[in-house]
Write a protein that binds this ligand. Structure first.
Ligand code: GLU
Length: 436
């Protein structure tokens, strides 16, 4: 008889007993950067997509006064917060979500995981896409269907692509993820495109998971939700992490149509067996964030001004160095294509996006993430840059003092987003050493 394996037997390879998974790329690059900084290396953190801005003071104040809230809250969320979220959707997009169809969770990432856990269907992911959609599907054993988008389509899913995929197996249950303004591209869909995609989704009864976590960071404040055109089949995902600068607070929300009440209840059941409920003080503070008002609008207006100007400057500077970048329209990401430099890179021993990003970090201290992590082929020389390595509180304060539209110019960016400017200049010199 074979000897039984014992968990404390050092001879046994314990890896046999855990799922073969690596940590999320966004989380891993952040931790790696912190380690390197501890070794006193100059590191430019363009890896993790974390808002550079502080949480608005009115929201922090609300958290302060609610620190005493200690009871478990209902698993679906604080009713007051669910009402504030439904009202926010009505005010900002004219959407008619009822408060009882809003679910609150510890980050939208966790809610996405729960959705996949309870829903037996494929996950359709247009690439490039955020690093965690596919690993979540794999952890649960769901099938992923990738749709490779093209730079000439601004890296967007086209209605024809969706139609072709659905036509192959029309009755197959599937969730299609759309993320706009998008991570990692920073670009967003036109209203016409959203309408066309909505039409195909309706024809095939597809569930859309509309990840609008960056909606409020549309650089012109003109975000449009696809739920306007397909309300009966769209789940809108959002939270405080990006527009409210509160990633570490872990507060996400899903808003579902009434027809998906069975999904909402199944997710809540899974939540009740795992995290029970979301942090109470954070939920009370989140009510203030979703209520909006002048202070929040002012904060958003200046955040968008700074991000818009910085994104455009970075894209233009990289463009002049032969690095193609999709036009930044929202969020704080650029998706850069270095393939014009493929030949020169090959001579430097670089043939994949992983090798490119590893060499860049090693040789210059600039941390960015390889396109492969976003579902792109390994040899495609693409990468995501998060232009967030600057003191957002200082930049916001300066932007508030200078309301003239031209004042967030290159001089401003040098002064208040110097870390990012320097990182981009460093990348340009690294890409074109001969031109340097
Ligand atoms: N969403 C952010 C990113 O893509 C960070 C957080 C995360 O991935 O969980 O970098």
């Amino acid at each position: 008889m074979a000897p039984r394996r014992r968990h404390n037997d050092p001879q046994v390879n314990l890896n046999l007993n855990v799922r073969g998974m690596a940590p999320s790329a966004t989380v891993a690059i952040n931790e790696r950067c912190e380690e390197l900084r501890k070794q006193h290396r100059r590191i430019f953190k363009l890896g993790l997509g974390q808002s550079p801005f502080p949480v608005p003071e009115v929201v922090v104040e609300k958290l302060r006064t609610n620190a005493f809230q200690k009871d478990y809250l209902p698993v679906k969320g604080l009713p007051e917060l669910r009402r504030a979220v439904a009202e926010y959707h009505r005010r900002s997009q004219g959407l008619q979500f009822t408060w009882d169809n809003v679910l609150v969770g510890p980050g939208s990432k966790e809610l996405m995981f729960l959705l996949q856990l309870v829903y037996y269907g494929d996950l359709v992911i247009p690439t490039p896409s955020w690093v965690s959609y596919a690993p979540q599907a794999r952890m649960i054993g769901r099938q992923v269907q990738w749709v490779q988008t093209r730079p000439e389509d601004d890296w967007h899913l086209t209605p024809d692509q969706l139609e072709a995929l659905c036509r192959r197996d029309p009755s197959r249950p599937r969730i299609v993820v759309l993320n706009y303004p998008g991570n990692p591209t920073g670009s967003t869909y036109s209203v016409n495109r959203l309408k066309e995609i909505a039409r195909v989704a309706r024809d095939y009864g597809v569930i859309l998971l509309s990840d609008e976590i960056y909606g409020e960071l549309h650089h012109r404040g003109q975000h449009v939700s696809i739920a306007r055109f397909y309300p009966e089949g769209t789940i809108v995902s959002g939270g405080l992490s990006k527009w409210c600068g509160a990633g570490g607070w872990r507060l996400g929300v899903f808003s579902l149509p009434p027809s998906l009440g069975w999904l909402r209840d199944a997710m809540a059941a899974a939540a009740s067996e795992t995290y029970t409920s979301t942090s109470a003080p954070i939920q009370y503070a989140a009510v203030r964030a979703f209520e909006g008002g002048l202070a929040i609008e002012r904060y958003l207006w200046h955040s968008r001004r700074v991000l818009g100007a910085l994104g455009r400057w970075c894209a233009a500077r990289l463009g002049r160095a032969g690095v193609t970048v999709a036009r930044p329209q929202g969020a704080f990401y650029l998706f850069a294509d270095f393939s014009e430099h493929r030949k020169a890179f090959r001579k430097r021993g670089i043939a994949t996006s992983d090798e490119m990003c590893a060499a860049l970090l090693d040789e210059t201290g600039v941390a960015i993430l390889p396109g492969r992590e976003f579902g792109r082929p390994p040899e495609e020389l693409t990468a995501r840059l998060a232009y967030v390595d600057f003191d957002g509180a200082r930049a916001l304060a300066a932007a508030e003092r200078q309301t003239d539209d031209t004042s967030v110019d290159e001089v401003f960016l040098q002064e208040y987003a110097g870390g990012v400017v320097e990182a981009i200049e460093t990348m340009v010199r690294w890409v074109e050493p001969a031109a340097g």
